[in-house]
Design a protein around this ligand. Structure first.
Ligand SMILES: *[C@@H]1O[C@H](CO)[C@@H](O)[C@H](O)[C@H]1NC(C)=O
Ligand SMILES: *[C@@H]1O[C@H](CO)[C@@H](O)[C@H](O)[C@H]1NC(C)=O
Ligand SMILES: *[C@@H]1O[C@H](CO)[C@@H](O)[C@H](O)[C@H]1NC(C)=O
Ligand SMILES: *[C@@H]1O[C@H](CO)[C@@H](O)[C@H](O)[C@H]1NC(C)=O
Ligand SMILES: *[C@@H]1O[C@H](CO)[C@@H](O)[C@H](O)[C@H]1NC(C)=O
Length: 352
């Protein structure tokens, strides 16, 4: 059964391959906040152009390049082929080149006034009055160091960064859920459905899909892209981090988007427990998730037909069994129809 269906999915793929991990260096610490201006672009300072599926991908490209100060996202020939232009200037530096352009968006690094740009060397120093060089723009009195912006002052989770008001938008942050002094550089989605989402697994499959993806058995694997997590890794994560919801997002070029979030009630909690290996009982699909705004998948529409249990299909449940691979192999599927299988072209997995 698996073989023929897998091939079908593989052929649905066309996408850009996204490279791995980015690290916001200390020197970028003050400048890694982005502002958004819709219906505008900065012209004349483009250093590279590429096509992307969404703003998120363009943002990541910009963060990965130290010369990138801002970027424009233009609508492309189709919605999943947007044009991503990386600029080496911002609109503040070149106000004359900042022009209106309907349908496009500009994202530029800004320096926040409240940020005093010198880094505490330990979490304890946050409370102390400090000396050091602040950003020239800095006008504030209270030196409040935002949590999660630097490895020296990691936050507990993406959600705690959001809750404490330290979010600087979607992007990389440092968290140390174990309080081990060994923080992780992770991607937080601070906009979707209120934000506070930790990106746990992100796989983008190009026109030549990899034959295999690395399987991580420790949750520390979440710092890299293009990998999948076992139930053991998820279990470790959940004991260290008390997340309550999972979000599944998969999109295909020229295809549908599957995008659902588990509900924050006991029906949704059963799904979190199953994927975190806290139980092997397959959770009910109906009533366990809500469809996100951009979900137009057929799969999410017919929860009652999901899953298989003990060789019986169409049982209205998540998953297919008790294996380690429950998060990436037939996690949500309708037999012979639609599958969350680890070879989709564009795979996201968040939790909060
Ligand atoms: C910025 O990019 C432009 C190309 O648009 C290039 O001509 C210029 O040298 C770059 N400037 C810097 C400082 O990298
Ligand atoms: C940033 O991108 C430009 C244009 O693609 C490239 O020339 C430059 O080497 C990149 N810089 C870094 C630090 O990756
Ligand atoms: C937290 O994760 C670490 C691995 O980094 C693991 O050794 C530890 O057992 C986890 N903590 C709990 C309470 O499970
Ligand atoms: C589903 O929505 C995506 C955007 O999220 C769009 O690109 C795609 O064309 C839509 N597909 C269908 C079949 O409606
Ligand atoms: C959880 O919420 C969903 C969606 O609102 C609902 O369908 C389901 O019945 C709820 N479950 C419980 C146990 O309240």
């Amino acid at each position: 059964m698996a073989a023929s269906r897998l091939i079908r999915l593989v052929f649905l793929t066309v996408n850009v391959l996204m490279a791995v991990v980015l690290v916001i260096s200390n020197s970028d610490f003050c400048a890694s906040v982005f502002e958004t201006k819709t219906d505008h672009v900065l012209v004349g300072h483009v250093m590279s152009t590429s096509t992307v599926a969404d703003e998120f991908e363009c943002h990541q490209k910009c963060l990965r390049n130290n010369s990138c100060k801002s970027f424009n996202v233009d609508p492309g020939a189709d919605i999943a082929k947007r044009l991503c232009e990386l600029n080496n200037k911002t609109r503040k530096m070149k106000p004359d080149d900042f022009i209106r352009k309907k349908g496009s968006s500009y994202y530029g690094q800004v320096k926040r006034r409240f940020t005093c740009c010198f880094l505490p060397t330990s979490a304890h120093q946050q409370e102390k009055k400090q000396t050091g060089h602040c950003h020239p723009d800095y006008k504030g009195k209270d030196v409040k160091f935002p949590r999660g912006w630097n490895s020296k002052l990691p936050a507990y989770s993406c959600k705690s960064i959001r809750d404490s008001g330290d979010s600087k938008g979607d992007g990389r942050y440092w968290i140390d859920p174990e309080n081990s002094g060994n923080p992780l550089n992770v991607y937080c989605d601070m906009t979707t459905d209120g934000g506070g989402w930790l990106l746990v697994s992100n796989v983008v499959i190009g026109s030549t899909p990899p034959s295999q993806l690395p399987v991580k058995t420790s949750y520390r694997g979440i710092t890299s892209d293009q990998m999948v997590l076992t139930k053991t890794a998820m279990n470790e994560l959940r004991t260290n981090l008390s997340f309550t919801q999972l979000r599944f997002h998969c999109s295909k070029n020229n295809g549908r988007t599957f995008h659902v979030t588990t509900v924050a009630n006991t029906t949704g909690e059963a799904v979190v427990r199953y994927f975190s290996g806290q139980t092997d009982v397959q959770p009910a699909s109906c009533g366990s998730y809500v469809r996100m705004e951009n979900d137009n998948s057929s799969l999410a529409r017919v929860c009652q037909n999901w899953g298989s249990e003990n060789g019986v299909y169409t049982v209205g449940k998540w998953g297919h069994g008790q294996n380690q691979d429950r998060l990436y192999i037939y996690s949500a599927f309708i037999v012979s129809e639609y599958h969350w299988y680890m070879n989709p072209p564009y795979f996201f997995f968040f939790l909060r």
